[in-house]
Design a protein around this ligand. Structure first.
Ligand code: MN
Length: 197
């Protein structure tokens, strides 16, 4: 199948002033789109040409000769997941079953926020921080470059992109301010709760 760039789940101005239209135009319209274009080129005429995105990613993982395919496929998947991990007027604490599970397994929302902030801050260079289900239990984790929890048998609930292209226009080098803003004003707990089910 030919991979396509999924539309953003909100308008280009919807996350402003935290993440501006200019960032979304470039991040979604250029970076995310380039991963789609690149993957389609890389799989054209190969046995993976007709595979779904997830099948392509799983087939290419750990195969050094398919690193380009894995990286582009994983980046497409991660970015689509990231757009859904934010919403206008998001942020704050989760509720319901997800909050209970965070309290039980991570020691509460404040502990989660600390752990998530630490993971996102300490990911050296490019990558992602995640809240995942690992063997049914909540876990905060991080991945480098294009790597994704779905390649490691984990089920992501929510993610933040900490590649510089995600925040440089709006926050320059201040990654910690971007992470704080993500948690306070953007994180989409409805999406995380849906992924928990
Ligand atoms: Mn990105």
């Amino acid at each position: 199948m030919s991979h396509v760039l999924p539309p953003l789940p909100y308008g280009l101005e919807a996350l402003a002033p935290h993440i501006t239209q200019r960032t979304l135009e470039i991040h979604h319209g250029k970076h995310h789109n380039a991963y789609v274009t690149n993957l389609n080129k890389l799989v054209a005429g190969t046995p993976l040409e007709k595979s779904s995105l997830e099948d392509t990613l799983q087939a290419a993982k750990g195969d050094a000769t398919k690193a380009g395919i894995f990286n582009n496929a994983a980046q497409i998947w991660n970015h689509t997941f990231y757009w859904n991990s934010m919403k206008p007027k998001g942020g704050g604490k989760p509720t319901g079953d997800l909050l209970s599970k965070i309290e039980k397994e991570l020691g509460g929302y404040e502990k989660f926020a600390e752990e998530f902030t630490a993971a996102a801050t300490t990911q050296f260079g490019s990558g992602w921080a995640w809240l995942v289900l690992d063997g049914g239990k909540l876990k905060v984790t991080k991945t480098g470059n294009a790597d994704t929890p779905i390649a490691h048998g984990q089920k992501p609930l929510v993610t933040i992109d900490v590649w510089e292209h995600a925040y440089y226009l709006d926050f320059q080098n201040r990654r910690p301010d971007y992470i704080k803003t993500f948690l306070e004003s953007l994180i989409n707990w409805d999406f995380a709760a849906k992924n928990l089910k």
